[in-house]
Design a protein around this ligand. Structure first.
Ligand code: URA
Length: 243
């Protein structure tokens, strides 16, 4: 795993804001591998370094982060009386405290982050951060010839909702058209409604990327795995970006 700044690591560990942890480090409250470190910019390996604040060990893996390849047919909720939820895909003993970052429709597949880190979830979902989401959609019907341009300019949906500029690329054309759509917001049924506004009907939808994090192509639908340290860093950086 790449080394990271000590102040950044401690603020990811929820020890305080970046400014607060810088003050803690400068005042000598932090040790790395048993030695006092007073430079907030010191680089440490988050997986290997023994970092302590006021002699309390700080564990980088205190929180859980999973990549789920959501299958069609389950709802994005923690519990539901009538439907299977994304958390039902996890063993019962692991579910406690976990939730999904954002939501995908019942029939949408693909990348869903499952975590117990509320701060990261909040950062990734904040409308102000404009974290990008990339979808692949199979579309029936004939798209208007300037569909990509209309996405680029910011579409107005049939009900008058104004969308931020987005990207649509046609990947292949045949009986169905395969498109890749990149959004930096998350309105209700947004991809389906944007595609409808340019003449198509989405018949299959899959999210393949969120911020810098890509869905692992080796992860079967319905399966999950822990994020690697590198993937977690990518995600955390995505939540920090503003545009
Ligand atoms: N857009 C949609 O229409 N559905 C989803 O599940 C996600 C984005």
């Amino acid at each position: 795993m790449p080394r990271m700044r000590l102040d950044k690591l401690l603020s990811h560990l929820n020890c305080g804001s970046r400014r607060e942890v810088q003050a803690m480090i400068r005042s000598g409250r932090v040790t790395v591998d048993g030695a006092m470190e007073t430079d907030p910019a010191a680089k440490v390996d988050p997986d290997a370094a023994q970092v302590a604040l006021d002699e309390q060990a700080q564990c980088y893996r205190a929180q859980r982060y999973y990549m789920l390849n959501k299958p069609s047919g389950v709802i994005t909720a923690s519990r539901d009386e009538r439907h299977d939820t994304v958390l039902d895909l996890f063993p019962e003993e692991e579910r406690r405290g976990l939730f999904a970052v954002g939501r995908l429709d019942k029939d949408t597949e693909g990348l869903l982050i499952i975590t117990d880190d509320g701060a990261l979830s909040h950062a990734l979902m904040s409308p102000a951060r404009h974290v990008s989401k990339v979808y692949e959609a199979a579309v029936e019907g004939t798209l208007v010839s300037d569909a990509a341009e209309r996405f680029r300019q910011g579409l107005i949906l049939r009900d008058g909702t104004v969308c931020l500029p987005a990207r649509m690329e046609i990947l292949s054309e045949g009986v169905e058209t395969l498109v890749r759509v990149t959004l930096c917001e998350g309105k209700y049924h947004q991809v389906k409604r944007m595609v409808a506004a340019v003449g198509g009907t989405v018949v299959r939808l899959r999210r393949v990327q969120m911020g810098g994090l890509m869905l692992d192509p080796a992860l079967p639908a319905g399966a999950f795995r822990e994020l690697t340290g590198e993937e977690l860093t990518l995600l955390q950086q995505s939540g920090e970006e503003t545009s």
